[in-house]
Write a protein that binds this ligand. Structure first.
Ligand code: 2RA
Length: 348
């Protein structure tokens, strides 16, 4: 559901690339997109409009649609016996809906009284696999995070906005006097409150209490739920940067006791879904431009905090449309499918 969106397009690639455990795949979207043909598993499949009947005979539905669409349609699908894996924010904090990252809390997927499993927000997902591995060994006590979020987090409109703004400023002298980029770009700021080309925008999402953004609240609340740490202190600032795809975050993580870089390196080097790419002397650290299109969470710049032997500093980077959205959704669906295949699906 949501097959024609930015995440939907990546989902079609992922379903075509991963072990094919599925029978029929139906592509659903809004009536506006019905009739289009999209390729999945090497076949052209016609997109059909979302209706109640479209869920007849379906075992698992993967939703990537706005919150209000999920809020309305996920329960309708679940009432028809479908397990819904939902990538919206509608159910993530519902106590009766598990919020699952297969590398961190796979067991949670089985307890789903509403028939819905939630997929975390892409910003949380871009760091949580690495953090989950460190938490399992060291016990997390506090998190301070800043994000550097790609424009595709705001969907196709975000990508189109950055591309069109870049075409207006590329090759010019702009960016040297106050307001010159803003004047060149005009009112076309798309889903962002300020120009994003040649800029950094300290805002993502909508306004919440006391000046916090919805995106910042998601990182805090979702990290707590996934890690099973309901009172974890989390300080987070979310920032949009002129990158098409791959979110990055700087992380200051404080643990129960003293930590060593060698110990952390060992954990991260062997954690499933994590790649440690960290040799600054050789100029090696992950960047969005190199990470885009890949599946793991990449970690670099691993250091022990200068003034706290219980804390680590790290830079994490991951494709926000793959692990940050479609891939994690597909992995959850595979876990659900494995319940009926006795594990074969998840192992493939
Ligand atoms: C963003 N995390 O990057 C959001 C999308 N889910 O805008």
């Amino acid at each position: 559901m949501g097959a024609t969106g930015a995440v939907g397009a990546v989902m079609l690639q992922i379903l075509s690339q991963r072990a094919d455990i599925w029978g029929e795949i139906r592509l659903l979207a809004s009536p506006r997109s019905a009739g289009r043909k999209l390729a999945v598993r090497g076949e052209e499949v016609e997109v059909t409009a979302l209706t109640e009947d479209a869920f007849d005979g379906v075992d698992i539905a993967m939703f990537d649609v706005p919150d209000e669409v999920s809020a309305q349609w996920a329960p309708i699908a679940a009432a028809r016996g479908v397990v819904v894996v939902d990538n919206s924010g509608a159910f993530r904090m519902d106590a009766d809906v598990p919020l699952v990252v297969p590398e961190v809390n796979p067991h949670a997927v089985r307890i789903r009284p509403r028939g819905i499993v939630a997929n975390p927000n892409c910003t949380t997902l871009s760091m949580i696999v690495a953090l989950g591995a460190l938490h399992a060994e060291f016990g997390l006590r506090e998190l301070v995070v800043s994000s550097y979020q790609a424009v595709s987090g705001a969907g196709r409109a975000g990508v189109e906005t950055l591309r069109s703004q870049l075409s207006l400023v590329a090759g010019t002298e702009l960016g040297t006097t106050p307001g010159d980029v803003r004047r060149a770009v005009g009112e076309e700021t798309g889903p962002f409150p300020e120009p994003v080309a040649l800029n950094v925008v300290p805002w993502a999402g909508s306004l919440r209490e006391d000046g916090w953004s919805s995106e910042e609240m998601k990182v805090r609340d979702e990290s707590r739920k996934i890690l099973g740490l309901p009172t974890l202190p989390v300080a987070v600032t979310c920032v949009r940067v002129p990158v098409i795809t791959s979110h990055a975050l700087t992380v200051h993580a404080r643990f129960q006791g003293e930590v060593t870089v060698d110990g952390a390196r060992e954990i991260l080097a062997t954690a499933p879904g994590v790649v440690l790419f960290d040799d600054p002397a050789a100029g090696e650290f992950p960047t969005p431009a190199d990470v885009v299109g890949t599946d793991p969470t990449w970690v670099g710049r691993l250091r022990r905090a200068l003034d706290d032997p219980t804390a680590l500093e790290l830079f994490v980077c991951g494709d926000n449309l793959r692990k940050g959205a479609a891939l994690n959704t597909a992995q959850i669906a595979e876990l659900v499918a494995a319940e009926v295949t006795g594990g074969a699906a998840a192992r493939e």
